[in-house]
Design a protein around this ligand. Structure first.
Ligand SMILES: [Zn+2]
Length: 127
C-alpha cells in the first residue's frame, strides 16, 4: 500500500528546502540544492524538520495525482508531458522544474517549484 504525502507534508518539505536554499545557496556556499539540503539537515534542522534528503516517491505520487488531469500536452506530438523537479538545461542553468515530453524530448523549463505547481493546479480545479 502506498502512503501518499499530504499537501501539508509537501508544503513543509518545500519550506525546509527554502531555508536550506537561503542559508547555503544564496550565501554562495553551494549551487546544488541537494548539497544545501544535506548541510541544512546536518547543521540547522530542528527535530521536527527531519525530512528525507531526496524527494520521496510518495511526494511524486501526490504531485502526479494533483496535476494528472491538467498535465500539458506536447505541442509537437500531443503526448502528455511529465513534470521534472530540480532540473537543469543543456547549459547547466538550474530550474526548479521542467515539463518534459519523453516521446520527442522537448523540455520547457520553469522556476515554479513542486508546491507552486500543486497550488496552481489545485486552484484551477476549484473553478
Ligand atoms: Zn512531444
Amino acid at each position: 500500500m502506498i502512503n501518499y504525502a499530504t499537501e501539508a507534508e509537501v508544503i513543509k518539505r518545500n519550506e525546509i528546502i527554502a531555508k536550506a536554499r537561503a542559508l547555503y545557496v544564496f550565501s554562495g556556499k553551494t549551487r546544488n540544492i541537494t548539497d544545501a539540503l544535506r548541510a541544512y539537515l546536518q547543521n540547522d534542522a530542528g527535530p521536527d524538520e527531519q525530512i528525507e534528503l531526496y524527494i520521496s516517491t510518495p511526494i511524486i505520487f501526490t504531485l502526479n495525482q494533483v496535476i494528472d488531469k491538467k498535465r500539458p500536452k506536447c505541442e509537437d506530438c500531443g503526448h502528455k508531458m511529465k513534470l521534472k523537479l530540480h532540473t537543469s538545461d543543456i547549459n547547466g542553468t538550474r530550474y526548479n522544474s521542467s515539463w518534459l515530453c519523453s516521446f520527442c524530448g522537448i523540455e520547457h523549463y520553469s522556476d515554479m517549484t513542486a508546491i507552486d505547481w500543486i497550488k496552481e493546479f489545485t486552484d484551477e480545479n476549484r473553478e
